[in-house]
Design a protein around this ligand. Structure first.
Ligand SMILES: [Zn+2]
Ligand SMILES: [Zn+2]
Length: 385
């Protein structure tokens, strides 16, 4: 069952058919494209344009970037000093409305009129100016809903027990992934999971993430592609080529009213599904390269994330944020890609179709935060492994 959806976001049936045709012509060899995927399993040297070594020494002033050597740090200083010496790095930094002794815009009439509030409530105002207010990234923390090790799992006899879980209207697959990953290695039972959601963009994205994670042999490559499809506004084109390589052979199956796919490294995962016609059309379109340009998508990001009317709201947010985190958020707002601060971005040249409408509008609002609901300390611990 799916909710109604603004019709402008959907392509016509003609687009749907031509997209399938285009995929037929541009089918790719997945193995060939996988060579182009860079795995960032170490913090890179921030002098990225001319150095591919890992960053070993952190900038002692901002702690945002690392370098392989003093030489690289000196070479990169001309660029890095813009961030390292940014006004926001000063612990005494204050919001502009305090520095200038004026009322912040979120308290003045234009932002606070009854009409504006009504428009905001019904989502009209956000759609016009600050993104389209859809919730794509999810906000449910990852937790293991079976937690066998603390419950029945303590007895060896239950490692073959079957379980059934329903994630109803669950746009977030964090708990699903964690629950599966935390099953004991000797688990031999059958785990049946139901997952659904009312929002076609979310349903299709989750299907795509699960198929990527269960199809690609190299789990580092699979995680890299899935992470960026989920959270980054822009992608290297090789990620979409890989996606097409995976999906082109299975699209005819997924387009059936009810489909079954056998996936997993040992072919032991049975994925059954039924997509609505809206989701089927969306899947066909999202696995293609977007029709709007990288330049147009960057302009849309600039329009939404740097809207002049939101300066005071951002300043209020930054007033409760660590200095270096303000600078990191500024970088994210300019180019919303989930990468370490100093990581190279030059190879990222394609809008992520999963985060824009087919016309190129940013689907979420400007306050969407990819860090929401992740356990930061846990993420840092995982990064150290
Ligand atoms: Zn620095
Ligand atoms: Zn270096």
């Amino acid at each position: 069952m799916e909710r109604s959806f603004p019709p402008t976001m959907f392509p016509s049936f003609f687009d749907f058919l031509t997209s399938l045709e285009a995929q037929k012509e541009n089918s790719f060899d997945a193995k060939l494209q996988l060579n182009d995927i860079r795995i960032l399993d170490k913090i890179p040297c921030a002098n990225g344009a001319s150095c591919e070594k890992p960053g070993l020494q952190v900038c002692s002033s901002c702690k945002l970037v690392s370098y392989c050597s003093k030489t690289c740090q000196l070479k990169h200083w001309v660029l890095h000093k813009i961030d390292c010496k940014s006004k926001m790095m000063d612990s005494k930094w204050l919001p502009g409305y305090i520095q200038n002794f004026r009322q912040p815009s979120f308290l003045t009439s234009s932002e606070n009129s009854l009409d504006d509030r009504r428009q905001e409530y019904f989502g009209e105002k956000h759609q016009r100016r600050f993104g389209m207010s859809m919730s794509i990234w999810g906000n449910i923390p990852a937790f293991d809903v079976i937690c066998l090790s603390r419950n029945e799992g303590s007895q060896k006899s239950v490692s073959g027990q079957d379980f059934s879980i329903a994630f109803v209207a669950s746009g977030d697959i964090r708990q699903l992934v964690r629950t599966v990953n935390e099953l004991p290695k000797d688990y031999t039972g059958t785990l049946t999971i139901l997952l659904n959601d009312g929002q076609p963009y979310v349903t299709v994205r989750n299907l795509v993430l699960l198929i990527i994670l269960m199809t690609l042999e190299d789990s580092k490559v699979a995680t890299e592609i899935a992470l960026h499809i989920w959270f980054s506004a822009f992608l290297p084109s090789s990620y979409l080529h890989t996606l097409q390589s995976i999906f082109y052979p299975i699209l005819p199956t997924i387009m059936q009213p009810f489909f079954t796919l056998w996936l997993g490294k040992r072919g032991n995962v049975k994925l059954c599904g039924a997509l609505s016609s809206q989701s089927q059309m969306l899947l066909a379109v999202l696995t293609k390269f977007p029709k709007f340009s990288f330049k147009a998508a960057r302009a849309e990001i600039q329009r939404v994330f740097s809207h002049p009317e939101r300066v005071d709201l951002w300043d209020r947010f930054y007033s409760n944020t660590e200095p270096a985190h303000r600078v990191a958020f500024e970088q994210f707002r300019g180019f919303p890609v989930v990468l370490p601060f100093g990581a190279p971005r030059g190879h990222i040249d394609t809008p992520n179709p999963f985060l824009f409408s087919v016309k190129g509008e940013w689907l979420q609002n400007d306050g969407a935060n990819p860090l929401e609901s992740w356990d930061t300390l846990e993420a840092i611990q995982t990064g150290k492994k």
